[in-house]
Design a protein around this ligand. Structure first.
Ligand SMILES: [Zn+2]
Ligand SMILES: [Zn+2]
Length: 348
């Protein structure tokens, strides 16, 4: 089969490799579509993981074969694939910090080499632990593979929305209106909040308004804080979701978030970044700083419900489609987005 193998920083190699062989409790999925995620791009561009690996984790496909002991799944079923499932027993899981679980981190779907998602290949193997514990989600007949590939990223965004306890009527500033920021806008609206977005690209500012933001501003606007205070009764927003790894966005968030509000780090910063902060800002204004990484097992059904019942319009997020062979080009486009670049989908 063909796969895009990560051979080193910025080195993707389109290679012929063996189709994974199955243990009795495993399932093989023929990948129909896989979303290109910011985290894939980081893993390709920075020396975070030893090569060789095959990334890609927002996978939807068709079951191509099942191990001898797998009774609940049949060849031909359409599924969204979760690349991690927590153990549900460790101290982290019992505290609902599923994405900190060692099993969650270490057992992953794979197309070969060190297991790393494996969606950037024609076939991906799903380990027994993931098969048995809810990691295969059946796709309803009227839902496309493309839509189904959004279940995983929806879960990641939903986890952040839940962690920040965004409630009906609350105002939420979303910094960055790329594919993640736009999904945040949709989810905040779905949960009854009022989304306000910032971005640098005029096209994204407009797109933010199109998908449901109540207001959207240029992040460089010198009056940004004043404008946001003007539409939040002079208070500032209840919550800011940082969807870009920008120090400047963080300091804007401090200016624009109300006393007693929350600022959630969603985008991953480069490791060398340090942000100096006066602790009294947090003490006197009681601002909560929090982070949210990856998805939550507990939100899996809700994520599937949101995507499969079209409670948010994930198709509005899709801007580009690339064959697997041209993954490098897709990554280039994501790094240097055109005015109309949002979610990029990859087809083996
Ligand atoms: Zn992702
Ligand atoms: Zn665990």
């Amino acid at each position: 089969m063909k796969a895009q193998v990560f051979r080193g920083v910025n080195q993707l190699s389109y290679e012929e490799i063996p189709v994974p062989t199955l243990e009795p409790d495993e399932v093989l999925v023929k990948v129909q579509v896989v979303g290109l995620c910011q985290s894939d791009i980081k893993k390709i561009r920075y020396p975070l993981y030893e090569p060789p690996r095959i990334f890609g984790h927002e996978t939807a496909g068709t079951i191509a074969s099942v191990g001898d002991n797998v009774k609940n799944w049949q060849v031909g079923q359409r599924v969204a694939v979760m690349h991690h499932i927590p153990c549900m027993r460790c101290a982290y899981c019992l505290n609902e910090n599923y994405s900190m679980c060692d099993v969650y981190k270490n057992i992953s779907t794979t197309a070969g080499f060190n297991a790393s998602g494996g969606g950037f290949a024609e076939y991906v193997k799903v380990p027994g632990h993931i098969v048995q514990n809810g990691g295969l989600i059946p796709i309803p007949d009227d839902i496309s593979f493309e839509e189904a590939s959004f279940v995983e990223p929806t879960n990641c965004c939903l986890k952040a929305v839940k962690k920040a306890q965004i409630a009906p009527g609350q105002t939420v500033l979303i910094t960055g209106a790329g594919p993640i920021g736009l999904m945040f806008i949709m989810l905040v609206k779905y949960f009854g909040g009022r989304a306000i977005a910032t971005d640098l690209l005029p096209s994204r500012i407009e797109k933010a308004l199109n998908v449901g933001a109540e207001a959207a501003f240029d992040a460089r606007d010198a009056e940004l804080s004043a404008k946001i205070h003007a539409i939040t009764d002079g208070l500032g927003v209840d919550v800011t979701l940082l969807a870009v790894p920008s120090e400047k966005a963080f300091f804007q968030a401090l200016d624009c978030t109300r006393k007693g509000g929350k600022i959630l780090f969603f985008a991953e910063f480069p490791d060398e970044v340090q942000i100096p902060i006066n602790p009294n800002l947090l003490y006197r204004r009681e601002i909560d700083l929090m982070g949210s990484y990856s998805s939550s097992y507990r939100l899996q059904n809700l994520s599937a419900d949101i995507v499969f019942n079209r409670r948010i319009d994930v198709e509005a997020l899709i801007s580009d489609r690339y064959p697997l062979q041209n993954l490098s080009q897709a990554v280039e486009q994501a790094i240097a987005p055109t005015a109309e670049t949002y979610k990029i989908l990859i087809y083996p």
